[in-house]
Design a protein around this ligand. Structure first.
Ligand code: CMP
Length: 505
């Protein structure tokens, strides 16, 4: 440090000579040229500072030159000290900018702001000290060294700032995180927006900006969820009924985890039977997300989808203490009341031939099923032996490639094609909002065909119309429907075969 300060001292004669004026002017032109030629934003910003210093220097220097001889000595001295300081700062600024650019060109990582500021500050002080000492005859070094009181006051005042500064420097050297990383420090979680002199600023999930003093960061445990930008694992635990077989639970949970778009599939999600507890079995779910910022949304979607899926599979999420439900679900909810279901059944064209007793029988056989928004009810190509009637909400019928064929609402039905013909599912059906469906299976239909000759023919015509429309959308992307008659007789043949019906039916 001392040697550096002496070197600055040695430059004083050069500074006071006219040579510094020439050097300043030449430098100014050079910097202007380099700045205009460079396309690097950071480099141009660094050079702009140096350019401004040298411009002010030239103005002050020329002012001094043009001053009349009777100007008060103090004014002349202040102007002289001013341009000397500004010239030194300008040269330092330009040198630091050039050195930083050389580093930047070699390594892709820019020098952190905090390091640049510290280097600049130290050089400014080292240059200013000899100028102030020589020109104003101040013994600044001695003053600071001998004034014990001043030292203590400054020391105390800077205690926290220096603590933060050194912590900031050590963070820069260790680099436990960088700007853009998702981190947790103490109880604060968020994305790093800035690493500064005094503090690190993060943006939380709630988009609050939190400024954490570097000295606190240095003392706390830092968790980095973006280190190396690898997917980050999240563990959650769920408690499910002891009655549900673990293999069934694991298959259902893994299936749901495959459907959540923000869960990465490599590494594959895991579900483990974790513990037998007093009133439940605990499962560990481990999955990976590409960006920790998706953590909350992913967990939310996963829990929501799990609720619907577990409910459909009859897997109970137990209460801490078992509660006995005395009411049957169908009676507890107005949408499943016997009157409302019967009214729905009466409106379905398929069932228009049925007697009130048959409708009542059918009602008793229907099983309520709930699906959440975006859940697939039916997947194209799968085997199927269930039929669904929409009670509330809306579903979208799509081709395998995702083109929408139609939407179905309350009173519409789907799933009849595979159930009746034994063919694989002809389309994918997705819930576009939460839906309540009533499910019916093959034996119920078999009974209806026996008691209602003619129903099979009526159904075949309907099925053929749907299938031709589906094919038209899949092939041409239009709704133009070709003649469904040949398809109808093919379907009727399949239907008779599946349900062992005679040709009179
Ligand atoms: P299934 O083939 O069992 O499974 C997919 C279901 O989508 C199908 O039965 C029909 O119920 C339904 N579906 C296919 N095409 C149409 C259509 N064009 N209009 C209405 N529903 C359709």
């Amino acid at each position: 440090m001392d040697r550096l300060s002496q070197s600055f001292h040695a430059l004083l004669p050069f500074l006071s000579s006219n040579l510094s004026l020439v050097v300043g002017a030449v430098l100014l032109v050079l910097l202007f040229g380099i700045r205009s030629a460079s396309g690097d934003k950071d480099f141009r910003r660094d050079l702009r500072g140096a350019f401004r210093f040298l411009s002010v220097f030239l103005v002050l220097r020329l002012t001094e030159w043009a001053l009349p001889s009777d100007v008060p000595p103090l004014t002349a001295k202040l102007i002289r000290v001013g341009w000397m300081l500004i010239f030194a700062f300008g040269v330092i600024r330009a040198a630091v900018a050039l050195a930083l650019q050389a580093v930047r060109l070699r390594s892709p990582m820019a020098a952190p702001k905090i390091v640049r500021d510290v280097i600049g500050f130290v050089l400014y002080v080292l240059a200013a000290l000899p100028i102030l000492q020589a020109e104003l005859e101040l013994n600044l070094g001695g003053l600071v060294a001998t004034s014990a009181v001043l030292s203590v006051v400054i020391g105390l005042a800077l205690q926290d700032t220096l603590g933060n500064l050194f912590a900031g420097l050590s963070l820069q050297l260790e680099r436990p995180y960088q700007v853009g990383d998702f981190i947790r420090i103490g109880e604060h979680t968020g994305r790093v927006m800035q690493i500064g002199w005094r503090a690190t600023r993060i943006m939380t999930f709630r988009r609050e900006s939190i400024t954490l003093p570097n000295s606190k960061v240095a003392k706390d445990v830092v968790q980095n969820f973006s280190y190396g930008y690898e997917p980050v694992a999240i563990d959650i635990y769920i408690r499910l009924s002891r009655e549900a077989p673990p293999n069934q639970v694991k298959a259902a949970v893994l299936d749901v985890m495959k459907e959540v778009a923000t869960i990465v599939q490599d590494p594959a999600p895991q579900c483990r039977t974790w513990a037998f507890e007093e009133s439940a079995i605990r499962y560990q779910l481990r999955y990976w997300v590409a960006d920790f910022a998706h953590c909350d949304n992913t967990m939310e979607e996963l829990y929501t989808r799990l609720w619907y899926r577990l409910r459909r599979e009859g897997i109970e999420v137990p209460y801490p203490q078992r509660v006995v439900h005395m009411r049957h679900e169908a009676e507890a909810r107005p949408e499943f009341s016997s009157e409302s279901v019967k009214e729905l059944l009466r409106a379905v064209d398929l069932f228009s031939l049925l007697t009130p007793e048959e409708l009542e029988q059918l009602r008793m056989e229907l099983v309520p099923r709930r699906f959440g928004k975006n859940e697939r009810v039916i997947e194209e190509g799968e085997e199927g032996h269930t039929f669904y009637l929409v009670v509330s909400g809306e579903v979208s019928v799509r081709t395998g490639k995702g083109q929408e064929v139609t939407r179905l609402k309350r009173g519409s039905y789907f799933g009849e094609m595979s159930l009746l013909t034994g063919d694989p599912r002809s389309a994918t059906v997705v819930a576009v909002q939460d839906v309540v469906l009533l499910e019916l299976d093959r034996p119920s239909f078999a009974r209806l065909f026996v008691s209602h000759p003619g129903l099979a023919r009526q159904l075949s015509a309907l099925l053929a119309q749907r299938r031709t429309q589906l094919r038209a959308v899949a092939e041409a992307g239009t709704n133009a429907v070709s003649d469904p008659a040949p398809e109808a007789s093919r379907i009727l043949g399949r239907l008779r075969q599946i349900f062992s019906l005679s040709h009179q039916d």
